[in-house]
Design a protein around this ligand. Structure first.
Ligand code: FAD
Length: 300
């Protein structure tokens, strides 16, 4: 199913993100976790592609397996900055052959010592180039792009960032998924600014439940998100108690999601980080809101 069609539905829905194994030995455990998340029947599951400029040979296979075995639509992430044109061509053929219809087209993070304008012999510099190539390869692909309510860290300012975002959407994005944020008012103000700028595709807010102090550190490094005092107080109070922090982090994320739904957002994406218990608690606590039957105990 195309995500663009799913997003037309009036009902509230939720989707989850999983990441592929880093090596062969982790395949079984990662797949087991992803299958338990798929068993919760989210609206769709997205599967990330490498990180920090890396690639992943497992992304497409994982996306296909979840789709085939659980009937859950999947989105395969694809990054371009550290790829050659041949690699991207191979990936596009693989995606098509595996029956995956939805792709999140990303630039990818730059290697630590590079900037996008470095005069290297890179085939790609920005996600827009990948969006164009995907569209040309298969016009019916449903293509998503990333966006940043708090502005992409490399952007000179939010106006430029939104201008480039508009160009990316016009190149062929059917929807956008946001970077994580911990203060919903940042999302609402971003939505207002991009709608003013003429970007009208659906924007899916991305919510990251922070379940331990290390994850918090990594999330800040990665996203440079603003941490509201209310959230930092919670980390100060419960950060050293594993179970308490997990509970508090999940409840904070649920609170954000409920506020998003109450404010008219119909679809939310959750960065579940391959944690089925976190996905279960979120979906279980939203069961009446999502109008679904609470998931079975066995899915925890
Ligand atoms: P772009 O859209 O290319 O934007 C990057 C920067 O370049 C921005 O500052 C933008 O303003 C600027 N820019 C854009 N176009 C132009 C232009 N034409 N000229 C000049 N400047 C321009 N990373 C992974 O490695 N794997 C993943 O699976 C993954 N999944 C993600 C999912 C989501 C929802 C998000 C939000 C991020 C994800 N990332 C992932 C991280 C992402 O790759 C990084 O944030 C990366 O730094 C930017 O990617 P982008 O696609 O937004 O890039």
């Amino acid at each position: 199913m195309y995500i663009r069609d799913l997003l037309k539905k009036e009902s509230l829905s939720i989707s989850f993100e999983v990441f592929p194994p880093k090596n062969d030995t982790a395949v079984e455990s990662v797949m087991q976790a992803a299958c338990r998340i798929a068993a919760l029947r989210p609206a769709y599951i997205s599967v990330t592609y490498g990180a920090g400029g890396g690639q992943s040979k497992y992304t497409m296979a994982m996306a296909q397996r979840l789709q085939k075995e659980y009937g859950v639509p999947t989105v395969a992430h694809l990054t371009c900055v550290s790829s050659t044109r041949e690699t991207i061509r191979t990936r596009m053929e693989e995606i098509t052959a595996l029956g995956i219809e939805n792709v999140l087209a990303l630039r990818g993070d730059l290697p630590a010592d590079q900037t996008a304008s470095d005069p290297l012999s890179w085939s790609y510099h920005h996600a827009i180039e990948l969006v164009r190539e995907l569209k040309q390869f298969r016009p019916d692909f449903c293509i998503g792009g990333a966006c940043y309510p708090e502005t992409h860290p490399e952007a000179a300012n939010s106006r430029d960032d939104i201008r480039y975002l508009k160009e990316k959407v016009e190149a062929g994005c059917d929807f956008l998924t946001t970077q994580m944020f911990f203060d919903n008012s940042l999302l609402y103000s971003f939505l207002y600014r991009i709608r003013e700028a003429g970007i009208s595709v659906p924007v899916i807010p991305g919510i990251m439940p922070i379940t331990n102090a290390n994850q918090l550190k990594r999330a800040i490094e990665l996203s440079r998100s603003f941490m509201p005092v209310r959230f930092l107080r919670l980390v100060d109070r419960f950060g050293s108690d594993e179970e308490a922090m997990k509970q508090a982090g999940i409840i904070y994320a649920i609170d954000q999601i409920i506020d998003l739904y109450a404010s008219g957002i119909r679809h939310v994406h959750v960065y579940t980080m391959n944690k089925p218990d976190v996905a279960f608690k979120i979906i279980d606590n939203l069961s009446a809101i999502l109008g679904s039957v609470s998931p079975a105990e066995g899915s925890r």
